[in-house]
Design a protein around this ligand. Structure first.
Ligand code: CTP
Length: 407
């Protein structure tokens, strides 16, 4: 897959290298991409918005509001198949790394759900400064692709690293990024995410603290890799990713029914949901009132019955061409429990989360996991953003799907 037919957002920040962005836009349009340009106010000093608008055939976006019109940064971030920020100045890199958004380009970057490629350009000393290097490392950790600078003559007259990559090289890196992202094109994937709520009466339920973040990021990463994704999502407040078919459910039984209908058609299934293992045997038709029981005690007993185990049911139905992945959230005997679940549920991979690891588990933006499989040694992955982890997981799973090659 390459940029042909793709919607590409070119972000230009204030750097002398902005003159090369004109060539980049021209190359992208020539290659068949639909291009929109968003610039920081400083960038407009280096490259003419009129030239860029003419080449891209779209008005150049410079500020959040023009007269009575408001540029919808969220819509722009979701419009694009890929965003390339070229040149990315040291100042914009620092702002992106910390989540600042005091201009339209930064707001679009923050809302972008597509892959983002960052092409830095700056003087040697700024490039080599530890804060710049730390910011770029952080941006890579968020799942962005950072294109290396080239060594050569710089605007200051110095000779060293800091030159933005040439437009031809940016185009080929973008083609590569999009091709890599399409490793699951033509594959169907199923993801379960979030908690389930098991009603006790019309106002109460049994639930858990799952936020659904990890599963939602996995669904987004699968979709970004070109898969046709169905996300069976428990009751959460988070927005599901775009480009994913979402089936909203509340109870474990509803999640089971939705997953069972979808599973036979999927080559790849990831069950990240925190399913309630039990539900009340009887759901009271009316709100349960406080009362003392027959023994005169101020106690309430709720009888629970087992919910279906969705992962185990899928494991029993699994065919050779299907890959099945489960999550195990543990507080103790982590490895033993994860391996037991891998075996008993007939999964191909089990992703272990331990609540003993700091910054991991429910509600956090980061996660630390260990991957178990029947045939490979366990792999402990570093603590990272859930988005980056989802990307790494999808790349690894794609390698284990039959007939999928990664270039
Ligand atoms: N799972 C499921 N259906 C259930 C329970 C769990 O599909 N009724 C799946 C989860 O989505 C996860 C894996 O099984 O992928 C392990 O879930 P976990 O809650 O860690 O384990 P349980 O099997 O419920 O075992 P226990 O609660 O005893 O640790």
């Amino acid at each position: 897959m390459n940029v042909c037919g793709k919607r590409i957002l070119v972000g230009i920040t204030g750097s002398i290298a902005a003159y090369k962005s004109i060539t980049l836009v021209r190359l992208l349009v020539k290659a068949g991409a639909e291009v929109k340009v968003v610039m920081t106010p400083a960038a407009a000093e280096f490259a003419s918005p009129l030239v860029l608008a003419t080449l891209s055939k779209h008005p150049v976006l410079l500020s959040l509001a023009t007269g009575a019109d408001w540029a919808n940064h969220v819509a722009l971030g979701r419009w694009a198949h890929a965003m390339v920020i070229a040149p990315a100045s040291a100042n914009s890199v620092a702002k992106m790394a910390t989540g600042l958004c005091d201009n339209l380009l930064l707001a679009v970057y923050l809302s972008a759900t597509c892959p983002v490629m960052i092409c830095p350009a700056m003087d040697e000393d700024m490039w080599l400064h530890p804060s710049t290097q730390a910011n770029l490392l952080r941006l890579k950790g968020f799942g962005n692709k950072v294109l290396d600078v080239e060594t050569g003559e710089l605007a200051s007259g110095l000779f060293g690293p800091g030159r933005m990559a040439e437009p031809e090289e940016i185009l080929s890196a973008l083609n590569e990024l999009l091709a890599k992202r399409a490793i699951l094109a033509g594959k169907k994937a199923l993801v379960t995410a979030g908690p389930t709520y098991e009603p006790i009466d019309p106002v109460r339920f049994i639930g858990n603290h799952s936020s659904g973040k990890m599963g939602i990021e996995i669904a987004a990463a699968l979709a970004a890799a070109g898969a046709d994704v169905t996300l069976v999502l428990g009751p959460v407040d988070l927005q599901p990713p775009v480009g994913v078919q979402v089936i909203k459910v509340t109870t474990a039984q509803e999640m089971y029914d939705a997953a069972m209908a979808c599973f036979p058609h999927c080559q790849l299934t990831v069950m990240a949901a925190a399913v309630a293992d039990y539900r009340p045997a009887v759901v009271a038709a009316e709100k349960i009132k406080k009362a003392t029981n027959v023994s005169g005690e101020d106690m309430l007993t709720i009888n629970l019955v087992r919910n279906p185990d969705i992962l185990k049911a899928c494991g029993q139905m699994k065919q050779d061409h299907q890959l099945l992945v489960g999550f195990a959230l543990e507080t103790n005997n982590e490895e033993e429990n994860a391996l037991k679940k891998l075996q008993e549920k007939n999964a191909d991979f089990m992703v272990l989360n331990s609540l003993r690891d700091a910054d991991s588990g429910f509600g956090t933006d980061t996660n630390q996991v260990t991957i178990y499989s029947k045939h490979l040694p366990a792999q402990r992955w570093p603590l990272q953003q859930k988005k980056a982890l989802a990307g790494q997981l999808v790349e690894m799973l794609a390698l284990h799907l039959p007939n999928v090659a990664i270039d």
